[in-house]
Design a binder for this molecule. Structure first.
Ligand code: ARG
Length: 228
């Protein structure tokens, strides 16, 4: 039997790290967010009984490798390095990193300005990877982007490197005070749904994602979370 014709398991387990609004987070004990709505729509298209599993972000790739989950949706950037360990769907969201500083900061605008500075990041993220490349910087790693931003507000670090839409959402929608995003997008990154390497369900997920995009469902979900 060719790999692509395998019957998907029921339930179809999907990992996420649900402290990353507006992509995935908990509200009144319920999992919600852009990624969650998108994955539910994909599940409907592909006739999958989706069962979300909340995991630490740096535990998602190991879980895919151990095949204790069938897929992951977690604002995960498609990178060449990750693509050696796991497979990615077609890209579904364009994002990138931005720097957050305290409102009164006038000196930090780009990666260059972060040399020798104290920076907070979420563990296992592209933000963490970029921050650790900055010469002389001291990088503190936290379990969530929210905890990294709290460290900035508390004055223990001078900057946070995190996905721009997430930091902006924290400021504009979740009322995070005393923090601003500086400069341009520092990187261009595309999110993908992650699957175990050579998963027999990659084609199924890609086809369903394609139908969610082409049918206009994607736009409805996008507008719901990002306005207009
Ligand atoms: N896009 C970044 C990355 O892939 C951060 C993703 C963090 N996602 C999350 N649900 N905490 O590394």
């Amino acid at each position: 039997i060719p790999a692509f014709s395998q019957t998907p398991p029921n339930p179809f387990r999907v990992a996420t790290e649900a402290t990353f609004p507006p992509f995935e987070f908990q509200q009144g004990g319920q999992l919600t967010g852009f990624d969650i709505d998108l994955m539910r729509a994909i599940g409907k298209e592909a006739d999958l009984n989706i069962d979300f599993r909340n995991l630490p972000f740096d535990g998602i790739i190991p879980a895919l490798q151990a095949r204790t989950v069938e897929a992951a949706i977690s604002g995960m950037t498609i990178t060449a390095e990750r693509a050696q360990a796991i497979s990615f769907s077609r890209p579904y969201f364009r994002a990138g990193l931005a720097i957050a500083v305290r409102e009164d900061n006038k000196t930090i605008r780009n990666f260059e300005d972060l040399k020798g500075k104290k920076i907070a990041v979420q563990i296992g993220t592209t933000g963490a990877l970029e921050a650790t490349k900055i010469p002389g910087a001291t990088v503190s790693q936290f379990d969530s982007a929210a905890l990294a931003l709290q460290e900035l507000i508390n004055g223990r670090v001078e900057a946070v490197v995190n996905d721009k839409p997430v930091t902006l959402y924290a400021i504009k929608q979740a009322g995070l005070r005393g923090v601003k995003v500086v400069g341009e997008l520092l990187t261009e990154e595309f999110y993908g749904i992650a699957l175990p390497k050579n998963s027999p369900y990659l084609q199924l997920i890609n086809d369903a994602l394609g139908r969610v995009i082409e049918s206009g469902q994607y736009d409805v979900i996008f507008r719901e979370w990002f306005g207009e």
